[in-house]
Design a binder for this molecule. Structure first.
Ligand SMILES: Cc1ncc(COP(=O)(O)O)c(C=O)c1O
Length: 465
């Protein structure tokens, strides 16, 4: 299932930029229905400044998605490029395969200091899928080294997205992303997520946490390696945990010797107002996977942050973790990450998000008078609106209606009004907002005004159908 492209209106009078033609002919855009651009222009973004980006014709857009949940410090931060340039002059590249260099060492130490508990070992990757892949492999290898090699399964949640490499994909719980590539790496098992908007009122709030234990018992605990969860699940629309969810999951994992991976590719580096999402929800993972906002996406980089306990079997004698990526810990990316952490700290962006999240949320809650707004949920600068046919009954749109609403109308209309956000139907139809951490009242108002205009029109058009 492709994410809904925010197609631009075709330039009038047959005028087409060379870039447009080249993009259409040669650029294979990810998760994109390329045919959507047969009669529409590819949105070509050429410049960014703060919370805004500009297209090739100079039109300004509010980046309500931080590109893809990742430009946390905002656009146009020349100092991040300067950090990369300074590092290039010093040492453009060396790998972390048996060698180290100062930026990777300093960054690993800084991450270890910020990460919760004894998560002190940092294994760098090029991005999020590689971080997840690394965590899944580390958990398996850890069990094997302790004589528990039959622990190979991973439990993840329905509709969750954990990346696209075949191992990470086996944890991803979105059937349409899995089906074209099956058979996947064996061992991926799925349990209900925490999306409780339609739960019966009498349901135990920890039902979804307990479903993890049921699944572990069903699979036989001695075959289960790890549980992988995001602090707030992105796919499905910012699904937050119930109170006590993670405490219960931690207990369950400990009871059955299963490791807990916190997939924080989105939910770290201030996105939820804390360095790590697990700190916001007060739980101690065995491994954190991260990427995206680590460098504010100015350079590709991810990391797997493992506990001392997990690293311990790999520290002695002839043992080693037989895994790596050429570009893991790239010195230029590490230099950018260090400069990015300086910005987060210097500008107190975590404090800013924590202080302003209620205002962002109130703006979205203010849209509830529109008869298409069903639920508003999320945490920090990571919020979603679930769209429904009827907020009273919570009735959702069928596939055709959803296709029209998201692809046929909303994504294009929001973009035309100058708002970049995510319209998504990997679960129920949602609009997701994840602005740069510098966003403030002015941007919230702008987002609110555009959403109101476009959603009002959507309601009118739906009423005409
Ligand atoms: C929770 C989560 N895990 C893993 C990934 C994969 O990251 P990447 O696209 O950098 O490979 C993503 C990407 O959005 C993600 O949101």
């Amino acid at each position: 299932m492709a994410t809904t492209p925010q197609t631009a209106t075709q330039a009038r009078g047959g005028e087409k930029s060379t870039l447009q033609e080249l993009a259409k002919r040669h650029l294979w855009m990810h998760f994109t229905r390329l045919s959507a651009y047969d009669d529409a222009a590819v949105p070509i973004l050429v410049r960014g400044e703060g919370c805004y980006v500009y297209d090739e014709r100079g039109k300004r857009y509010l980046d309500g998605l931080s590109a893809l949940f990742c430009v946390n410090a905002g656009h146009g931060r020349a100092e991040l490029g300067e950090a990369a340039a300074a590092q290039a002059k010093e040492l453009g590249f060396y790998s972390n395969w048996s060698y180290a260099h100062p930026p990777a060492i300093r960054l690993a130490a800084r991450i270890a200091e910020l990460a919760p508990g004894d998560l002190n070992r940092v294994f760098f990757t090029s991005g999020g899928s590689e971080a997840v892949e690394s965590a899944l492999k580390l958990c398996r290898a850890f069990h094997r080294m302790r004589g528990d090699g039959q622990r190979t399964k991973v439990i993840a949640r329905e509709v969750a997205y954990h990346g696209t490499t075949l191992g990470a994909l086996s944890a991803t719980g979105i059937p349409s992303l899995r089906a074209p590539f099956e058979p996947l790496t064996p061992g991926g098992c799925h349990v209900p997520n925490t999306g409780d908007y339609r739960w019966p009122a009498e349901r135990d709030p920890l039902w979804a946490a307990d479903a993890i234990e049921e699944r572990i018992l069903f699979e036989s605990p001695e075959t289960v390696s790890a549980v992988i969860l995001e602090p707030v699940q992105n796919a499905g629309g910012c699904l937050t945990p119930q109170d006590g969810y993670f405490a219960r999951v931690r207990e369950i994992c400990d009871r059955h010797g299963v490791l807990l991976i916190s997939d924080e590719v989105i939910c770290s580096w201030g996105r939820l107002g804390t360095y790590f999402g697990s700190q916001r929800y007060d739980y101690q993972p065995d491994v954190i996977t991260t990427a995206k906002g680590l460098t504010s996406a100015y350079a590709p980089m991810g990391a797997m942050i493992a506990s001392d306990r997990l690293a311990e079997p790999f520290l002695e004698g002839k043992s080693s973790f037989e895994h790596g990526f050429t570009f893991g810990g790239h010195p230029m990316s590490a230099a950018v990450a260090l400069a990015n952490l300086d910005i987060l700290e210097r500008e107190n962006l975590l404090g800013h998000v924590a202080g302003k999240e209620a205002q962002l949320r109130a703006m979205l809650e203010g849209l509830r008078d529109l008869p298409i707004v069903g639920d508003v949920r999320g945490a920090g600068y990571f919020q979603a609106i679930e769209l429904v046919k009827d907020p009273e009954t919570k009735k959702s749109f069928d596939d055709d209606e959803s296709e029209w609403l998201l692809r046929g109308y909303l994504s294009g209309a929001l973009y035309a009004q100058g708002l970049i956000c995510r319209t998504d139907d990997r679960g129920e139809p949602v609009i997701q907002l994840s602005p740069p951490l510098i966003a403030d009242s002015e941007q919230f108002e702008e987002i609110g005004a555009i959403l109101r205009t476009v959603l009002t029109e959507a309601c009118e058009r739906l009423a005409e159908c």
